[in-house]
Design a protein around this ligand. Structure first.
Ligand code: PAF
Length: 309
C-alpha cells in the first residue's frame, strides 16, 4: 500500500515514520520546501519509551511520482481546504482520503473536494508532541478508530492491516461521527481553557473557575450533539472530560502548544464549531462563544502581548 501523509506535524510525522518503518511505501507532503529539505536531510526523529530513532521518509512539496492508495490528512483543521485543493488535481479517483484530525468539519470539507465515496474519518488517541522540525515525542499509545466500515469494507480492512502492522491499534466502526463528536467534546472542555490560562490539562479540574467553565462548555456541546442525534461514546460527558484531564495531567494540550508557538489554533473547528452548530439549531452556547472569542483574540494579538516582570 502506498501512503501519502499530508502535514509534517506531530501526527503526520508519527504515522509517516511508523508506517515507513513497518515497510510501507510512504511519502510525507509539506507545502514548505525549506522544511521538506530539512526533514529529507535529517529524517524524522522519534523519541519514545524505547529511546530515540530516526526514520528516513521522502518528503515532497509537490506532486507524487506514483499515485497513492491512501492519503492521510494530518494538517491543522484550518489548512484542510487548502491542502485538499492542492492535492486534488493529482490524486486519482481510486485513492482513499482519511482524516484523523481534531475537531469537526474536516470530513465535510474533504467530501466537498473529493466526493463522499472516497473520504473516511477517524479518531486517534495516540499521543504525540512536535519537539521541532521533523522531531516528535511519542508519549502515549492509544486506539485509532476509523470509519464508516459500511460501503468501504475492503479499503478499511487494508488500512487497519497497515496501521496495526505499524503498531497502531486500529479498528473500524460505522458510526464514526459519534466518535469524532466524542473526541470533540473532550477538546471543547480542555483545549481553549488551557490556551487561555496556559495551564496543563491536569490543573483544570482543581481551580473552581476553570472547572465550572469546563463543565458548562461541555454541557452546551452535549446539547448540540443530542440535537444532531449524535450518540456519544460515553454516558457521563463531564465525568469523561475530567477523567481525560487526569489521564493527560502532564500534557500541554495541542491548542496551548499552538499558542506558545504563536500559531493559529483550531478554535474555529472545536468550540467555534459548537457555536456555529448551536446557532443553526437554535441552542444557546454562551460559554463556548466566550471561549472562542477569547482564543481568537489571543491568536490575533501575539505581537501585542504585555511582557511579564
Ligand atoms: O488536543 C489535545 O491536546 C488532546 O486531544 C487532549 C485529549 C486534550 C490531550 O491533551
Amino acid at each position: 500500500m502506498k501512503i501519502l501523509v499530508v502535514g509534517p506535524g506531530a501526527m503526520g510525522c508519527l504515522f509517516a515514520s511508523r508506517l515507513q518503518k513497518a515497510g510501507y511505501m510512504v511519502a510525507l507532503l509539506d507545502y514548505s520546501k525549506e522544511r521538506a529539505e530539512r526533514i529529507n536531510a535529517q529524517g524524522i526523529i522519534v523519541e519514545d519509551v524505547t529511546g530515540e530513532y530516526n526514520v528516513k521518509v521522502p518528503v515532497l512539496s509537490g506532486e507524487l511520482s506514483s499515485p497513492p492508495d491512501l492519503v492521510l490528512i494530518c494538517v491543522k483543521s484550518y489548512k484542510t481546504r487548502e491542502a485538499g485543493q492542492a492535492i486534488e488535481p493529482w490524486v486519482p479517483p481510486q485513492t482513499t482520503i482519511l482524516s484523523l484530525q481534531n475537531g469537526v468539519g474536516n470530513i465535510e470539507i474533504l467530501q466537498e473536494i473529493f466526493g463522499s465515496e472516497r473520504v473516511l474519518g477517524g479518531v486517534t488517541a495516540e499521543g504525540a508532541t512536535l519537539l521541532g522540525t521533523g522531531k516528535i515525542r511519542h508519549a502515549g499509545q492509544g486506539e485509532t478508530i476509523i470509519g464508516p466500515k459500511k460501503g468501504f469494507e475492503g479499503t478499511v480492512e487494508k488500512i487497519i492491516a497497515a496501521f496495526n502492522g505499524a503498531g497502531f491499534k486500529t479498528r473500524s466502526v460505522n458510526n464514526v461521527d459519534d466518535l469524532i463528536w466524542g473526541k470533540l467534546i473532550i477538546n471543547v472542555g480542555i483545549n481553549a481553557l488551557t490556551a487561555i490560562t496556559r495551564l496543563k490539562n491536569g490543573r483544570l479540574p482543581y481551580i473552581s473557575g476553570t472547572r465550572l467553565i469546563l463543565e458548562e462548555a461541555v454541557k452546551e456541546a452535549v446539547s448540540v450533539a443530542r440535537a444532531k442525534n449524535i450518540q456519544l461514546p460515553y454516558a457521563d460527558p463531564v465525568g469523561r472530560v475530567l477523567e481525560v484531564c487526569e489521564a493527560t495531567a502532564e500534557n500541554i494540550a495541542s491548542m496551548l502548544q499552538d499558542v506558545l508557538k504563536r500559531k493559529l489554533t483550531e478554535i474555529d473547528f472545536i468550540n467555534g464549531a459548537i457555536v456555529r452548530e448551536g446557532k443553526s439549531l437554535g441552542i444557546p452556547t454562551p460559554v463556548n462563544f466566550v471561549l472562542t472569542s477569547l482564543v481568537q483574540a489571543v491568536q490575533e494579538t501575539y505581537t501585542q502581548r504585555i511582557q511579564e516582570g
